[in-house]
Design a binder for this molecule. Sequence first.
Ligand SMILES: CCCCCCCCCCCCCCCC(=O)OC[C@@H](O)COP(=O)(O)O
Length: 196
Amino acid sequence: MHRTIFTTPVVSTLLRGLSVAWLRLAGWTVQGQLPPEARKSVFIAAPHTSNWDLPYTLFASFALRLTPYWMGKASIFRFPFGGLMRWLGGIPVDRSKSSNLVAASAEALVAADGPVQLIVPPEGTRSKTVYWKTGFYWIAVTAKLPIVMAHMDYSRKLVGLGPLFHPTGDVDADMIEIKRYYAQFKGKNASQFTHE
Ligand SMILES: CCCCCCCCCCCCCCCC(=O)OC[C@@H](O)COP(=O)(O)O
């Protein structure tokens, strides 16, 4: 995995302090902590309804001392922002193709030396989506890693980590259960999120 603000010494310490201070000033509560068995894991990041979700995900990641990488749409990596986005932990995804992203991501997670958490917003967009993408699920199954149900709620100013989810292999049943868990959270534009 490439170098990011989270793996750059001094920078990460500095930004961690700023993130904690910002979240505190803005009145947010950071919930949960990363269980040791999830040092390598796949994060579900939902609800995703706003451009503010990315900065808050980064602040929370610092507060929780994570080593995150996040999947983002390829267009936000266009010149001149690509380098910055990657340094923030971004991995570009071309949503118009279904490539070997699952296999490649699982392989990169298995090969990583240290802790690494792959943050995937399964809605794939800020717009309203009924069907969640199942890539996060298959990456976890392929890499044999736990799924962490991470969340954000702007109405209660909560961000953080919920329970682990262990895939059973029955993706349809598992997706229903996962989405039921997310029914309690409200994104910034809550009407753009549906958990049905
Ligand atoms: C550590 C705690 C993590 C809590 C996670 C909570 C919730 C949501 C986080 C979303 C992280 C987002 C990274 C997505 C980056 C991205 O790609 O953003 C732009 C696209 O979306 C826009 O797609 P579109 O709406 O179709 O233009």
